[in-house]
Design a binder for this molecule. Structure first.
Ligand code: ASP
Ligand code: ZN
Length: 244
């Protein structure tokens, strides 16, 4: 049936809705979004191996799988994407809508692999390691840093790189929570074997990190994984405390 209608477009940040309204009785005849979604997540499983990216198990818009490692990697990558989009006007880590790839159930060496990382292309998680919003936002922020400031991953530059990942981790967890005084500044709450968090930005010493530049001791000799590339996960405590 042909109807005489008004056409309009409702626009705001991340909103572009086309709307047709009946010119006679004002009913909405048709409406839909004209935005091509830039949020584009793919979650893979390595199935306990070190093969990357592994097998695709959930892609953008797909239903939950029932595997919490998969579904939380999906949810928290989305939360982090939305945080960058709404708070910083940034469209994915390259600000050009790069697809977000994550692999869960990764393992190399002794299994389970108790860590997570950004490999320059994608996020990678050992069993259970995608299950915290601050950790997933931390890993994705390594991609943002690599594509923006480019802080090299050693010494104080690396410590700043680490700190920005922790800061965004906490900010994503508390997105929309205006009372900053009520935020938790713990990274990986309860994730140490003794029940402590991995790091506590409010009290870095609690997890063995210095909180002041006077406690910075430059690493001598070659930088490698053995000395955490000059203490990138140690001296991040200094900038973390400043952020707190
Ligand atoms: N295990 C590291 C951390 O504690 C992982 C990373 O830096 O991305 O943050
Ligand atoms: Zn990190």
């Amino acid at each position: 049936q042909t109807r005489l209608a008004w056409f309009g477009e409702a626009r705001s940040f991340a909103v572009r809705e086309a709307i047709w309204v009946d010119a006679v009785d004002a009913s909405v005849l048709l409406h839909f979004s004209q935005i091509t979604e830039a949020l584009n997540r793919s979650i893979y499983t390595a199935g306990g191996t070190s093969t990357l990216p592994g097998t695709l198990v959930r892609s953008e818009g797909g239903l939950p799988t029932g595997d919490s490692d998969v579904d939380l990697a999906y949810n928290y990558a989305g939360d982090t994407y939305n945080y960058y989009a709404s708070q910083h006007g940034r469209d994915s880590y390259d600000n050009a809508g790069a697809p977000l790839l994550s692999t869960v159930h990764y393992c190399e060496g002794s299994c389970p692999y108790a860590n997570a990382f950004w490999d320059g292309t994608q996020m990678v998680y050992g069993d259970g390691f995608s299950a915290a919003d601050d950790v997933d936002a931390h890993e994705l922020t390594h991609a943002v840093t690599e594509n923006s400031a480019g802080l090299v991953y050693c010494g104080l530059s690396g410590a700043l790189n680490e700190s920005f990942s922790d800061i965004i981790g906490v900010a994503v967890r508390h997105a929309g929570q205006a009372d900053v005084g009520a935020w938790s500044w713990e990274i990986g709450p309860g994730w140490c074997p003794d029940g402590r968090p991995l790091r506590d930005m409010a009290d870095p010493a609690r997890c063995g990190q210095p909180a002041h530049m006077r406690d910075y001791v430059p690493t001598t000799g070659p930088l490698s994984e053995l000395n955490d590339y000059g203490g990138v996960h140690k001296y991040s405590g200094i900038h973390n405390k400043a952020a707190h």
